[in-house]
Design a protein around this ligand. Structure first.
Ligand code: NAP
Ligand code: ZN
Ligand code: ZN
Length: 390
């Protein structure tokens, strides 16, 4: 029963865009899909979203990409997590409500949220536009879009984009250019920025010889973005299966990594490698394909240890082995604008809320071309969600 002092909690209408109920106040109860236990598939549930405060934006989510990090996270592969746990950090939607002090976004704007919804805003990282490397909070680091402690909001766990809406500080909300298809633009918010940032940081430009290891969600974005930067792109993939696709994505060369002869032929032929593989693998064979002063950037984050690097592969060609974590907020906007300018979006397969578990299994099996994207309007269809316990 709703008592006098109880905040009014309203459910978002079935189609997010019907929901431009800007006059409404109070928190909302929204439908979502999330993990309920480490050993159970994801299921439908409901979560609460806070009322936007004066600097917040509320977004009715239209689409959310499925990243391999969602799978690692919700399955507890990286660390123990608390359930219910709603993944999703490739979020695109329309603004439905704004706080009184919001200046960056207006009701009706198409916007996005990536991997961060907050950070300390004052540390060296944050002030340099490197919010992903925030060191400022006592909890260490920026606030992830899901599974993080939201220390500005009672320490609640953040819940991600497999849900009907989300509320976040306007500073962490990106503008999605209207020329981009919203479903195919969603993966730019993680897969796009995670590959754009290290390519830029490595100074990739006209004629740079770039290798991309693993042709999945991140990998296929790396190919498109590196090509748009003017690079010569080589794809490394486990089998011949994705050869035609790699060519269609713009790759200049394809190396089947299970074929020792092809790997040998690629020796000393690259300047920069972006490694997106989600499982442990031997880096030494990729280091061998780098030329003098080459660099291998690790972005794939397997949950188990990698085989050791033979340091001779670094020393004798002055090669660097480095890593990269998503990108800052300003750089994410730069990437979105770059993608709009070059007409770049992800190659996607749109799924419904009932297909998330199957999509996870297919992702782990390497059967994704090349990103699954949840149509969030389907959260309002089919079976009724259970009440989440927290
Ligand atoms: P994905 O779509 O599943 O693609 C990963 C690709 O890696 C696969 O398509 C496959 O390519 C290759 N691969 C997978 N398992 C393999 C195995 N056992 N042996 C060899 N190759 C294998 O995943 P994603 O969403 O692109 O994410 C990739 C990784 O990046 C994940 O670990 C994710 O957590 C991480 N990530 C990191 C950041 C960051 O900021 N650093 C951001 C986002 C994601 P082929 O079939 O072509 O060989
Ligand atoms: Zn991701
Ligand atoms: Zn900070």
């Amino acid at each position: 029963m709703m008592g006098y002092m109880t905040p009014r909690i309203t459910r978002l209408p079935v189609t997010a865009l019907d929901a431009l109920e800007t006059l409404q106040t109070g928190p909302r109860e929204v439908r979502a899909v999330g993990g309920v236990a480490v050993d159970k598939p994801l299921e439908r549930l409901t979560i609460q979203r806070r009322e936007p405060d004066e600097h917040d934006v509320e977004i009715a989510i239209e689409f959310c990409g499925l990243c391999h990090s969602d799978v690692h996270s919700v399955r507890g592969e990286w660390r123990e997590v608390e359930y219910p746990y709603v993944p999703g950090h490739e979020i695109v939607g329309r603004v439905t409500r704004v706080g009184s002090a919001v200046t960056k976004h207006a009701v009706g704007d198409r916007v996005g949220i990536g991997c961060l919804v907050d950070s300390c805003r004052t540390c060296e990282g944050c002030t340099a536009g490197l919010e992903q490397f925030c060191t400022g909070s006592e909890l260490g680091g920026g606030v992830g879009t899901y599974g993080a402690v939201d220390y500005r909001h009672h320490g609640e766990q953040t819940q991600g984009g497999y849900s009907e809406s989300i509320v976040a500080n306007e500073g962490y909300v990106l503008r999605i250019p209207e020329s981009l298809d919203p479903a195919a633009a969603a993966p730019l918010l993680c897969a796009g920025i995670t590959t754009y940032s290290p390519l830029r940081h490595a100074g990739v430009g006209e004629g740079t010889r770039v290798g991309v290891v693993g042709l999945g969600g991140l990998g296929h974005m790396a190919v498109k973005i590196a090509k748009a930067m003017g690079a010569q792109v080589t794809v490394f993939s486990r089998s011949e299966a994705k050869k035609d696709d790699a060519g269609a994505l713009g790759a200049d060369r394809y190396v089947t990594t299970s074929d020792a002869e092809q790997m040998q032929a690629a020796s000393r032929s690259l300047d920069v490698i972006i490694d997106t593989v989600a499982a442990p693998h031997d880096l030494n064979e990729y280091l061998a394909t780098l030329d003098l002063d080459g660099r291998l950037v690790q972005v794939g984050l397997p949950s188990e240890a990698m085989p050791p690097v033979d340091v001779r592969n670094l020393i004798f060609k002055r090669v660097s082995y480095t890593g990269s974590l998503i990108g800052g907020i300003a750089e994410t906007q730069e990437m979105l604008d770059f993608c709009a300018e070059h007409g770049i979006t992800a190659d996607i397969e749109v799924i419904s809320a009932d297909e998330v578990n199957e999509a996870y299994d297919r992702m782990v099996a390497g059967d994704v071309k090349y990103r699954f994207v949840l149509d969030n309007s389907t959260l309002g269809e089919g079976s009724e969600p259970k009440e989440a316990s927290a």
